[in-house]
Write a protein that binds this ligand. Structure first.
Ligand code: ARG
Length: 549
């Protein structure tokens, strides 16, 4: 059953108007408002109130709304009826999807996220991509899309020549390596490379051996990759992220396709030779996109172009979403432009870069350790767990990441993030646990969980605070659909925070356990519905909703 808002929308559409329904400026104007009459009147050069009246006469809102009213210059105000709101709540209580509807056009969607680099620690940038991507995957899946997770790990490149050569020079047994010690190895290899020209030359030869598939070199490369993968998986489990080894599709996967990518671009006249390199000039940015470097090596851009072909041709994706930090915006604009020109991403395929800002320290600068190094994911999560229990700490970190609009930088302030009041993950967890506590108490007092026979009786759930909660509940499916379209998780966060705030306003004004008879049963039903929506909403954010705290 579509949400109340989409039903209303359909009623207007049936009357030939696209109402663009919005919450009105003030609650006394009702639940939704449309300014379609002002828009049409302007186009037709007619008085807006008259146009509004004509629409109101045509549109049939029976069973959904009270008769529409016209306000001010020609706004159409709508107030949902109590029974319609109550029916919507009852459906959410029954429905395993809590009212979330499959999207009208289901799509196959690739979400490219997390993508840490081998032999480098996961840093806070990877953390943001992982958390945001995980939320988008959950939301798109809930909307019935066929979601393919792609973890484009950095498992290829010239740095492996250096790493492997260092392994060999030190005679290190790869069996004893872990992510941390391979990161240390990376640092020693870099220093060695800078200081010793013979080593640097050997490292370059090692790159060639890796590319041509020399067995011992490949074996060591694979060992390095496996060590890092195990480290990434530990982080995913710790964070409760859906990614598994099945989702790995790293840069190395596209190796064999790179010469073809270059050749086709050149043959089509899209890429040109420039100082020995093969490049594409695009309208985006000042520098051209480098497909093949002058030393013959392929870089990050070529791999992303091959990945687009793979995702469109093989995976049959209709929408490609890249959750990668904002500094890579230009890279993606260029890659997308080239893929379009080459016909590898036909116009009906949607390409989206979901960029995001940085995590800052208390000093407002990039988040660094006191030694000036990038903060590792583990130390950051350890820090959070010193302040709160693990599932609360994860809620704090994830919610802080998701609740700001994505492009904004935010300050990593554990005290604020873990607070149980205000716009935080733990506050929502507490709101959920508190509802459950009330339901448990009611059960202990003999409540069977049955709603009163006539929940829609006019005297039940009639307080302003109850009506506000009902209206909020009815919006849940719309908000989830909106996040699926806009890819902005902060809208779901804002919704859940509003819902939790409306819930505490309700507690203040409307006693639940102290009420009696049908009033008590109706309020308990409302609590049950809010608890379900909070739990489902938190789940879509990737946040645990414990029953007790
Ligand atoms: N490994 C890259 C990094 O850490 C992110 C890769 C993002 N995905 C992609 N298809 N380029 O910066």
């Amino acid at each position: 059953m579509p949400s109340l808002l989409s039903q209303l929308h359909d009623r207007f559409a049936a009357a030939g108007a696209d109402p663009e329904l919005r919450p009105p400026g003030r609650p006394e104007f009702g639940h939704y408002q449309s300014n379609v009459a002002l828009r049409l009147a302007n186009q037709q050069g007619r008085p807006p109130r008259q146009v509004a009246q004509e629409i109101v006469d045509r549109v049939d809102v029976t069973g959904l709304c009270q008769p529409p009213t016209i306000a001010g210059p020609g706004f159409i105000n709508l107030r949902l009826t109590g029974p319609a709101l109550i029916q919507a709540m009852a459906r959410q209580l029954d429905d395993p999807a809590v009212g979330v509807e499959p999207a009208a056009a289901r799509q196959r969607v690739v979400v490219d996220y997390s993508a840490p680099n081998i032999a480098k620690p996961m840093h806070v940038g990877n953390l943001r991509s992982t958390i945001i991507g995980d939320c988008l995957v959950r939301v798109l899946t809930a909307l019935g899309h066929d979601v393919i997770r792609q973890n484009h790990i950095g498992d290829w490149g010239t740095q492996f020549g250096m790493l492997i050569e260092q392994l060999m020079a030190e005679g290190v047994d790869v069996a004893g390596l872990d992510l941390e010690s391979s990161v240390a190895l990376y640092r020693r290899a870099q220093a060695h490379f800078a200081a010793d020209p013979d080593f640097a030359a050997a490292a370059r030869r090692r790159v060639v051996a890796l590319q041509t598939g020399e067995p011992e070199t490949r074996r060591l490369w694979q060992a390095l990759v496996d060590v890092s993968k195990a480290g990434f998986n530990r982080a995913y489990r710790r964070l409760g992220i859906l990614l598994t080894d099945d989702d790995l599709a790293g840069e190395s996967l596209y190796n064999d396709a790179l010469p073809q990518v270059a050749a086709e671009l050149e043959a089509a006249g899209i890429a040109v030779q420039d100082d020995g390199a093969l490049v594409v000039f695009t309208d985006q940015g000042t520098a051209p996109l480098i497909v093949r470097k002058s030393d013959g090596g392929y870089g990050y851009a070529a791999t992303d172009l091959a990945a687009i072909r793979h995702r469109v041709d093989r995976l049959k994706a209709q929408r490609l979403i890249y959750v990668v930090g904002a500094p890579q915006a230009q890279h993606f604009q260029q890659v997308f432009a080239v893929a379009r020109r080459a016909g590898w991403a036909p116009p009906e395929v949607v390409l989206e870069h979901v960029g995001f800002g940085s995590v800052l320290g208390a000093d407002g600068k990039m988040f660094k350790t006191r030694q000036g190094q990038a903060v590792s994911l583990d130390s950051l999560l350890d820090e959070a767990e010193r302040v709160a229990a693990p599932n609360v700490a994860m809620a704090a970190v994830k919610y802080a990441d998701l609740s700001n609009s994505l492009h904004k930088d935010y300050v990593f302030d554990l005290e604020r993030m873990t607070a149980t009041t205000g716009d935080t993950g733990p506050y929502l967890q507490y709101a959920h646990a508190r509802v459950n506590q009330i339901l448990r108490r009611a059960e202990a007092e003999g409540d069977t969980g049955e709603a009163p026979p006539d929940l829609a009786a006019p005297e039940l759930l009639a307080a302003a605070e109850e009506e506000a909660l009902l209206l909020d509940l009815s919006r849940f499916p719309d908000v989830v659909a909106e996040v699926g379209e806009t890819l902005q998780p902060h809208r779901l966060c804002a919704y859940l925070f509003d819902l939790a705030s409306a819930l505490s306003a309700f507690y203040e004004r409307c006693p639940v356990l102290k009420a009696a008879g049908p009033t008590r049963a109706a309020r308990l039903t409302l609590c049950r519905a809010v608890g379900r929506v909070l739990a489902r909403g938190l789940d879509l954010l990737g946040i645990d909703a414990p029953e007790r705290m």
